[in-house]
Write a protein of this length. Structure first.
Length: 256
């Protein structure tokens, strides 16, 4: 049986409103938002991030995009070269083939540009809903809700979703989160999920959210340190560092 996402006692009457939670998280993670990164680099980095640690994603993405920074160059790249460059990433052989196929599909179908519609993005090799939504949000500034492992877990703990799949969580969030918050919800919940509402040992004793149906009566695990303010600690685009445009430090993903 799958491990329950909700830990501690549950009282759905305690389910907080998304706008209230996001307002509280903005106070913890205050910084300017709204920047964008190059859509192609966002797409490539998000594919590389699948099943890969964030530090390894950063290294692999920088190596690959430093050598093949756009669709034309990556479409013509030898797969063996791509494998070597993204080797720090998990499943690098499969990803190398996928990335070259992806770049060729961009050349064949879209003139080397990244499409801006969800449907066209989902039709590309190696692109699932999380990746497509990341590209929409961080590459184009189009409202969407990328659901990575943190967004999935935190949303279920807060009672916003009751789903075992990221797709189900995305549907639930789309129904209850006002569209004006879609551009920020991924980043805020990723930061919160990494630092406070952690997968194991959520720091309920330090959590600023007043209403949570999964709050642990014992204050949760860990309790060491405090949430770090500011800074893109979590994001694919934050990890890309100098490869992305200044001010465009957002994003992050999960599977597909
Ligand atoms: S850390 Fe906060 S949001 Fe997460 S389970 Fe504990 S009280 Fe709920």
């Amino acid at each position: 049986m799958a491990r329950p996402l909700h830990q501690g006692s549950r009282d759905e009457g305690l389910r907080p409103a998304p706008a209230d939670v996001l307002r509280a998280l903005r106070r913890i993670y205050p910084r300017e938002r709204g920047g964008r990164a190059d859509p192609f680099q966002t797409l490539v980095a998000t594919v590389i991030s699948q099943r890969t640690r964030e530090e390894s994603t950063a290294i692999a993405s920088q190596r690959l995009l430093g050598r093949f920074p756009d669709a034309p160059s990556l479409a013509a790249a030898p797969v063996a070269d791509v494998e070597r460059l993204i080797r720090p990433s998990g499943f690098y052989r499969n990803k190398a083939r996928t990335l070259v196929r992806l770049a060729r599909a961009l050349m064949d179908r879209h003139g080397g540009r990244v499409p801006t519609s969800l449907e066209e993005l989902l039709a590309l090799p190696g692109v699932g809903r999380k990746t497509a939504n990341c590209v929409l949000v961080y590459g184009f500034g189009v409202p969407a809700i990328p659901v990575d492992t943190h967004v999935h877990r935190v949303s279920n703990r807060l009672g916003w979703a009751h789903s075992s799949t990221p797709e189900g969580t995305e549907r639930a969030l789309s129904a209850i989160v006002p569209r004006e918050h879609w551009l920020e919800i991924n980043e805020l919940l990723v930061l919160f999920g990494r630092e406070l509402c952690r997968p194991i040992g959520p720091r309920c004793g330090e959590c600023p959210l007043e209403r949570c149906p999964s709050r642990r009566a014992d204050g949760g695990g860990g309790g060491r340190g405090r949430a770090r303010a500011g800074g893109p600690k979590c994001t694919v685009l934050g990890e890309l560092g100098s490869l992305v445009a200044p001010g465009a430090r957002r994003g992050k993903g999960y599977e597909g």
